[in-house]
Every structure is written in C-alpha cells, then in structure tokens.
Design a protein around this ligand. Structure first.
Ligand code: A3P
Length: 291
C-alpha cells in the first residue's frame, strides 16, 4: 500500500539517453569519480546478468567474506543516488575492501574518464535483445522506482526506440563492443554462454583477471551461483528492497535463454527481427536467442 503512494518517475532525455533522476542527480560526482587501477567495473545493460556476475566476482575475490551483506553493498551501484541514502559514489569512496567491485549500467560514453586513465579492468555482460526486453519488462512491472511499463506490446515498441531507463539496448551493446577494440582491459561476456556452461565462463573470467582458483574453489563457486541457490539467497535476491514488489514478479525470475518465446507473438517477432537488422551495426557481435 505504501509503495503505491509513491508516484513512478518519468523518463527524460539526458544527453541523448533516456534516464530517470536517481541516475543523473549525482552526475558531477559520477563524472569526477576517482577510479583505481585495481577497481573492477561490472558494466551491463539492465537485466543482462549483472547480479549473477557480481556474485561470481565477489566469491572469487572475497569468498570467505561476511555473508550477511547484501549484493548491492558488496558491489555498489555507481550512478545511483536516492534521497536518504549514501550515493553510489559516496559509498564507493568509503568502501574499505579492495579491489572494489563496481556496478554500472552506463552507456560506454558516460563512464567516468578515470577508469580509462587508470586502466581499470572492466567486465561487460550482454544478453540477447529478446530475452533482455522480456526480463526488463517484468522488472519494470515490479520495480516501482522505474517508469510504468504499460502493456507488453507498447513496452516492446519503446524498447526498440530506446525509450528505456539507460537508453537503447542496441547502442549499449554495440558501443561497448566497439570499445573492446581499443581498450584491452575489457572482457565482454554473454549471458547465454553463462547459462550454457557457467564453469567455462568462470575460467575465462579468471584468466582475464589473472586469478587461479583451485578446482574445489571453482566447483564451490559454480554451486553457489546456480540460479536456484541465488533465488533463495536473501543477500543476492534483492528481497529487502522496499520499492520492489515481489508479489508482481521476483527479481530472480527464470534465469533462462529463450523465455522470449512465451512473450513475443509471431508478428512481433518478425517485426522485431526486421528492425534489429537496421540497428545492429557490428557484424562481429552475434547473439544467440536459444542454446
Ligand atoms: P530473468 O528475468 O530472465 O529471469 P540483472 O542482474 O542484470 O538485473 O539480471 C537479472 C536477470 O538475470 C534475471 O533474468 C535473473 O533471473 C537472471 N539471473 C540472475 N542470477 C542468475 C543465475 N544465477 N542464473 C541464471 N540467471 C540469473
């Protein structure tokens, strides 16, 4: 009842990207944020597997750390600023542990320049557009801190137009992909690969980060980050966030590749594919919509 009393925010154009106030209110501090060489930035378009990879990185670096800390405190969200709470950048400035694991959804052109100067490592996770939009739709339904999603078909239209919080999925994944060609400390991962073989993707991640966990350690982490395990983990499933209405949809919803088939009509799918071709301009960037 209290949640319904708070109006949902409006999207507005912010330097060419659709945004809401909680992610732009602290803009100056975000742009001036001081990255460190050992920082690890976890960058994604929303709903691409941020929490999953955050948990993996946290376990790799701080396996034994206090388990009663929610994921959003272990891996702070850089651009968030909510009245009454420390902003993401304040929180990060005070974080006592290193390396710092930092979450962001910013398009690549908005990343604070100190990350590039410090050559901090960046892990980008991308998810195929169809599953990404389905996941985002259910998230926007339950997240009262985001604009009203409306019905599925209008939501899908707006997704194609980039009228989502953090803008266009197409620009996000393409521009981060382009960045990889000039910035070597960037590891670009796919949600679909993670679902297919989590252990293999953790190996690749470790080789990027220069980590060499034991076989036992790696097996333990694969078990810890299984969907069912994370779904029931109160420190990973966001169940303590008051603006999330879990009666509408859980944060850990399905964790699958191909759920889009339960949402797209045949006509929506055809239109989507046509439009997709006009927006994807990086021939080497290929997504799988089923595995
Ligand atoms: P679905 O809505 O398709 O289930 P993010 O963390 O970027 O917000 O992404 C959330 C999406 O990742 C949700 O997708 C969620 O279920 C999925 N996810 C989170 N943890 C997962 C895990 N351990 N295994 C598989 N999917 C996971």
């Amino acid at each position: 009842p209290e949640m319904d009393a708070i109006p949902r925010p409006e999207l507005f154009d912010f330097n060419g990207i659709s945004m809401i106030k909680v992610f732009t209110a602290n803009w100056e501090n975000i742009q001036n944020f001081q990255a460190r060489p050992d920082d690890i930035l976890i960058a994604t378009y929303p709903k691409a597997g941020t929490t999953w990879v955050s948990n993996i990185l946290d376990l790799l670096y701080f396996g034994q750390r206090e388990k009663a800390i929610p994921i959003y405190e272990r891996v702070p969200f850089m651009e968030i600023s909510l009245a009454g709470f420390d902003s993401g950048t304040d929180f990060l400035d005070k974080l006592p542990t290193s390396p710092r694991l930092i979450k962001t959804h910013l398009p690549v052109q908005f990343v604070p320049k100190s990350f590039w100067e410090q050559k901090s490592r960046i892990v980008y996770i991308a998810r195929n557009a169809k599953d990404n939009v389905v996941s985002y739709f259910h998230f926007d339904r339950m997240n009262k801190g985001h604009p009203e999603p409306g019905d599925w078909s209008s939501y899908l239209q707006r997704f194609k137009q980039g009228k989502m919080v953090f803008g266009s999925w197409y620009d996000h994944v393409n521009n981060w992909w382009k960045k990889k060609q000039t910035y070597s400390s960037l590891h670009y991962m796919f949600f679909e690969d993670m679902v297919e073989d989590t252990g293999r993707e953790i190996d690749k991640l470790c080789s990027f980060l220069g980590l060499t966990p034991s076989v036992e350690e790696k097996t333990r982490i694969v078990g810890e980050v299984h969907f069912d395990k994370m779904k029931n983990d109160e420190m990973a499933n966001y169940s303590k966030i008051p603006v999330f209405d879990f009666k509408v949809s859980p944060f850990m919803r399905k964790g699958k590749v191909g759920d889009w088939k339960n949402h797209f009509t045949v006509a929506q799918n055809e239109e989507f594919d046509e439009d997709y071709k006009t927006k994807m301009n990086e021939p080497t960037l290929q997504f799988r919509t089923e595995i």
